[in-house]
Write a protein of this length. Structure first.
Lengths: 290, 263
């Protein structure tokens, strides 16, 4: 065997590797933030402009449909003068987090059970998808009869709203794990739980995050519907504020509450997007250079 | 899991002289009218340190065979003896875990074998050095080229520290130049580590370039129908006349086998 063969091969390999990897330019952090932010800022600007134009057109009296300025003034006033603004957000936030957390545990367990068992899948697989199509508001009459006007009624509906989406995410995640990864994992010696921990679990993470994101949207909608229907004395909440504002014909309060609901929903949704983007970048699905 | 028996009869341990012994191995998929015989009473004996290439046309059950030898699948009949070692298997796809870095992919193989954390790091580095990828240890698999990924897969397979390496068309998806270089690499690693390799390919020249012996499999069902010793000294070049001559005679025999299905 020629003495210089290994080093020559090593050089060839290093050469090919260098040619194979393309040198891409990285955006700076500021560029990234700006590229992300300006379309959103523009969209908000356009929406506010349209709103103001509709007000100026005189289509409705200003006490029925106030413009952006009085609405944001009202929001600022309520946010700064103590009162119920922050405690409402806290109450609603706590309900959302507790309900969503419970739905996550339930959805993960249910999804895993259905994904693993052929019999369970045949029995309740399509039923879970069916549950997703059921509008959450349709659960409330039953929930109120079962639990009265209570936290439990809202919790019940939030969990029922979110858990099916999360379970579906797990099921489709496990279903679409590439068989060759499972074979590789088994050949490396992963068995039973190890296989789930090191291969199937991480491999289904993108679908699970998608399920969580959708589950959150359902949970938030269910909770808002619930808070419109279920008042609990001395415990102000965002949805309940909406109803009070209507009762008192306090349109700036109503619209500012709606904006709070929208912003909170978007904020949490963007957390899921951050997680999603991180996974996609790590896996090489994000920028099409794989 | 050294010995698998479809009939669950006691089988004498392999004489240490053999690395892998397959006796009358058959595999049937499906049942009744839909049953397909993928492997039919296949016999194969591989010596320790031997590099055996299996070639065959489509439907010769090459992948089925490797799955059975590796223990991922079970035989319908016959005995498989790998002398106590769980063979390491490498696929045509790199099959790397995309959520783990290059080093973490190799480390997982060590972790699943119970290697301690402190030791894992160093061992993974060593293995990546074997395939010339030390400087890419912290990259994600998607950042590498196809050939580099396949080298990571090789490092991960070597991390199993198995004396028997099963390879299922591992270089089938690579360009010719990368493949030539990886042939040199694999030959070096096989020699240095004294591995026993069963290498499946449909590329007859690749088989002649790498193997000590070429075993030709028939198609539907798969059986070992011919053997060709490769007497050329190493290192060999895939474009040498000797390899081309040998490959031509193997190809002729393979075509004969394929024609049998056209009649």
């Amino acid at each position: 065997m020629a003495v210089d063969l290994p080093s020559r091969t090593a050089e060839e390999i290093a050469g090919l590797d260098a040619l194979d990897l393309d040198a891409g330019r990285d955006q700076t952090r500021l560029e990234k933030i700006w590229a992300n932010a300006w379309p959103k800022l523009a969209a908000i600007g356009i929406a506010l402009t349209i709103w103001q134009l509709v007000v100026w057109s005189g289509w409705k009296d200003s006490w029925v449909l106030p413009g952006p300025a009085p609405v944001f003034e009202e929001m600022l006033r309520r946010a700064t003068t103590g009162g119920d603004f922050w405690s409402s957000i806290l109450t609603t936030g706590r309900r959302a987090v507790v309900g969503f957390a419970f739905a996550t545990v339930l959805g993960l367990l249910l999804g895993l059970a259905v994904a693993r068992s052929r019999i369970l899948r045949a029995a309740i697989g399509s039923f879970i998808t069916g549950l997703q199509t059921m509008p959450s508001i349709a659960w409330f009459p039953l929930a109120i009869v079962l639990f009265k006007l209570s936290e439990s009624a809202m919790f019940f509906v939030v969990v029922l709203g979110a858990a099916p989406s999360i379970a579906n995410g797990v099921i489709s995640g496990v279903d679409f794990v590439s068989p060759v990864l499972v074979r590789a994992g088994r050949n490396l010696g992963a068995r039973g739980l190890e296989l789930y921990r090191y291969v199937i679990g991480p491999a289904s993470l993108p679908a699970i995050v998608a399920g969580l994101k959708q589950g959150w949207a359902f949970a938030w909608r269910s909770l808002m519907a619930g808070e419109l229907l279920v008042f609990i004395a001395e415990r102000p909440a965002i949805g309940a504020n909406l109803q009070h504002a209507r009762d008192e014909s306090d349109m700036p309060w109503m619209l500012s509450t709606m904006i709070v609901i929208l912003v909170l929903g978007i904020l949490v949704d963007s957390l899921f997007n951050v997680a999603n983007n991180r996974i996609r970048r790590r896996w090489g699905l994000a920028d099409g250079n794989h | 899991m050294s010995v698998q028996t479809a009939a669950r009869t006691a089988v004498p341990a392999a004489t240490p002289a053999h690395a892998v012994v397959l006796k009358e191995v058959s595999k049937v998929y499906g049942r009744g009218h839909h049953a397909v015989l993928a492997l039919d009473r296949l016999n194969l004996t591989v010596e320790p340190g031997e590099f055996v290439c299996l070639v065959g046309a489509s439907g010769c059950g090459k992948s089925t065979l490797l799955n059975i030898v590796s223990g991922l699948d079970s035989a319908s009949a016959g005995t498989i003896d790998t002398g106590g070692a769980a063979p390491a298997l490498m696929f045509q796809e790199p099959a790397l875990f995309p959520w783990r870095s290059v080093a973490a992919n190799v480390e997982l193989a060590l972790k699943l074998r119970g290697v301690k954390r402190a030791e894992r790091r160093a061992r993974a580095r060593e293995l990546l050095a074997v395939v010339h990828l030390t400087e890419f240890a912290e990259r994600q698999p998607h950042e590498l080229s196809g050939g580099m990924r396949q080298r990571v897969a090789l490092a991960r397979t070597l991390a199993m520290d198995s004396p028997v390496l099963l390879m299922d068309e591992p270089f089938g998806a690579l360009d010719a130049m990368t493949r030539d270089i990886l042939h040199d690499e694999l030959e070096r690693i096989w020699r240095e580590r004294k591995l026993t390799v069963i290498f499946v390919t449909h590329n007859v020249r690749e088989a002649a370039r790498l193997g000590d012996r070429i075993v030709l499999l028939s198609s539907r069902p798969g059986r070992a129908v011919a053997e060709f010793p490769v007497d050329q000294p190493r290192p060999r070049r895939i474009d040498s006349p000797e390899i081309a001559t040998l490959a031509a005679s193997v190809t002729d025999r393979l075509k004969e086998e394929v024609r049998r299905h056209g009649r």
